[in-house]
Write a protein that binds this ligand. Sequence first.
Ligand code: RB5
Length: 145
Amino acid sequence: MSTLTIAMAADHAGFDLKELLKSELRLDGRDVLDLGTDSTESVDYPDYGHALAAEIRDGRAGRGIVVCGTGIGISIAANREPAVRAAVVHDVTSARLTRQHNDANVIALGSRLIGPEVAKECVKVFLETPFEGGRHGARVAKLGR
Ligand code: RB5
């Protein structure tokens, strides 16, 4: 069991996938901080992207998973916070490479673009793949915090 806290946030379009992923993570013994939304009632994705970014910035979560219809809007919102490196990921290779090369601390998933099994695999790889460091370390440092 990991002590890493994983923050999760989604808008109405991402709610169902967030719930599914949250259940899987908790079954695996992961510590999950759910920031909402709590239903499929329409909400604004920036509110949830910003909320998750604050958890990363303030150290209450080490990793984040955000979900909206495409993963794009909520990733843009989260990336406004310099402490966040959020990558939109819709395949396992991207999930692996964004950990190895970008040290991504947040992944963004598009519930309207991928199925639940791919999403689960992306999350697993995102959580288990270490940053490679080396030449990538200097590049990530140039991104800011
Ligand atoms: C909501 O309809 C949709 O615009 C949102 O979930 C997301 O895809 C935005 O980027």
